[in-house]
Each structure stands twice: as C-alpha cells, then as structure tokens.
Design a protein around this ligand. Structure first.
Ligand SMILES: Cc1cc2nc3c(=O)[nH]c(=O)nc-3n(C[C@H](O)[C@H](O)[C@H](O)COP(=O)(O)OP(=O)(O)OC[C@H]3O[C@@H](n4cnc5c(N)ncnc54)[C@H](O)[C@@H]3O)c2cc1C
Length: 248
C-alpha cells in the first residue's frame, strides 16, 4: 500500500501546563484529512539522519471538524529529540510531514454499558478528542468514567474543558488522582479529586460495573503494564474488553 504523506504548518502553540505544550497545525490539503477521535498521526521530524530515527507518533487532541486544523499536546522529555524540536526549535510557519491516521483507540460502534477511560499525563490526549466529539456531536453514550492521574493540581491538562465535559456530557464521571499534591482541591460537579494513583480508583469499582465495561487505557508503558496486569489478573476483565494505546 502506498503511504500518503501530508504537510502541515505550525500556526500556533501555547503552554498548557509546565512542561506540556499544545500545538496547532494547519494541514496543507484541499480535501479535509479525515480521522476518528482517538487516532494518531506519525510525524517525520527533522531530528535525525535515518528515517526511523525521525518518526514520532502523536495522538490527535481535537476531534475532526473539516477545518484541517489539528492539535497536538506534547510533554517535554529532557534531551528527547522530538521534545527538543517541539519545545526549542519549531517556529510558527514551519512545515512538518506526517502520515496517518492510524490506530484503533476509538469508541466502539457497538454498545458497552460503561466505558472506563484510564490515563496519566498526556495519555489523556485521545480521551480529550473523544469527549470533545461526544460533546460537540451530542452523541448518546452510556456511562463514561474518566480516571486521570497526574502529579499536582497545576499539572492537570485540559482542566477547564474537563469541567465543561463533566457538566454537559450526560453520564460522564471524572476522577482525578494527584500523586504529589498535599492539599486536595474541592470536588466539582461530577469531578472528584483524590490523593495517590489511578489504580486505587478502578480497583474499587463495583463488580457489576467491572463486568460490563470496556476499559480504554492510554499512557506510557509502566502505567499501562500495571493497569493491564491489575485488570486481567486481579479484576478478571476479559482481554477483549480492554483497549490500549501505548506511547512508548
Ligand atoms: C500512538 C502514540 C501516541 C503518542 N501520543 C503522544 C502525545 O499525545 N503526547 C506526547 O507527548 N507523546 C506522545 N507519544 C510519544 C511520542 O511519540 C514521543 O515518544 C515522545 O514525544 C518522546 O519523544 P522524544 O524524541 O522527545 O524522546 P525519545 O528520545 O524518543 O525518548 C526516549 C524514550 O524515553 C521514554 N519517554 C519519553 N517521554 C516520556 C514520558 N513523558 N514519560 C515516560 N517515558 C518517556 C520513551 O520510552 C522513549 O522511547 C505517543 C506515542 C505513540 C506511539
């Protein structure tokens, strides 16, 4: 199969939280480049000689809307080649090459009684696109439960939007776990704050909910490995009811 490569221009960027920036690109294509909320694009960045050294994938942070504008939300890793490029090199007007969309980390067409979404850090990015789609298109879903882990209150990505989603999307509940926050903020409508890690939240779900849920898990390998081990061995969730997106 021939891969189609697209070109996109950086049209803006903004710090979302310390060490994590949002980037907006306009795709240079007359036809809208379609994708599903939850999918990712792979970028060929000017960061190496060999092709494979230059490729990095990023979840698309916004839902498809025919504007050909896509948003990425990238966390900085010291000395990471793509991190250095995104945080210290790229300028407004620069062009990047990318291919895709790829991935099956999308909400299924068939019905689950509940969808439990587990994320830490930028792992929340595909869920942001999914929730934006559900909110904007007024898609009817059953119960949605986002369990999102981050270090401190000030590190919570897309907090204002999460508040809006929790308000406007029927059946959405959000738990935010803060692993390094001494004083917990006040709970909001449908958003509860906790100390510690995400694992304590889904491990304590009702058995009935566990048995009737699709678990969607996104993040880096250590969080993913621990969550999957817990789901499979401790909660006895069927493998087919777990969807994963691993960042690395
Ligand atoms: C499908 C997919 C979607 C992705 N979506 C996003 C996204 O939305 N936002 C985003 O920021 N990144 C995302 N990534 C990760 C991204 O592709 C890069 O790996 C990341 O930006 C680091 O690249 P780098 O060149 O700066 O670091 P590298 O030099 O490639 O980093 C070396 C290694 O360090 C580890 N590492 C890097 N960053 C972290 C981190 N924050 N936490 C733990 N370990 C880390 C990884 O194992 C990585 O291979 C995604 C990856 C995949 C596969």
């Amino acid at each position: 199969m021939i891969t189609t490569w697209y070109e996109a221009e950086l049209i803006g960027s903004k710090e979302e939280t310390k060490g994590t920036n949002r980037f907006w690109f306009r795709i240079n294509s007359e036809q809208p480049v379609e994708y599903e909320a939850g999918q990712f694009f792979t970028f060929d960045l000017p960061i190496g000689e060999k092709r494979l050294d230059r490729w990095r994938s990023y979840s698309i942070a916004n839902t498809f809307d025919k504007s050909n504008i896509i948003e990425l939300c990238v966390s900085y890793k010291k000395n990471g080649l793509a991190s250095e490029y995104f945080f210290n090199e790229i300028n407004k007007g620069d062009l990047v090459k990318f291919k895709g969309p790829e991935g099956n980390f999308i909400i299924p067409k068939f019905e689950f009684a509940n969808i439990v979404m587990l994320a830490t850090g930028t792992g929340v990015v595909p869920f942001r696109a999914i929730l934006q789609k559900i909110d904007q298109e007024k898609i009817k879903t059953n119960n949605l439960h986002l369990i999102f882990g981050t270090r401190k209150y000030k590190d919570i990505l897309y907090l204002e939007e999460l508040e809006d989603f929790a308000h406007f999307i029927d059946g959405l509940k959000i738990d935010i776990c803060l692993s390094r926050e001494k004083k917990l903020p006040k709970n909001l409508k449908n958003i509860h704050f906790h100390s510690g890690y995400i694992h304590q939240i889904y491990m304590n779900l009702d058995l009935k909910i566990i048995q009737n849920s699709l678990f969607m898990v996104c993040g880096w390998n250590n969080m993913l490995d621990e969550s999957v081990a817990n789901l499979l061995t401790k909660l006895k969730v069927d493998k087919k009811n777990i969807k994963l997106e691993m960042f690395g």
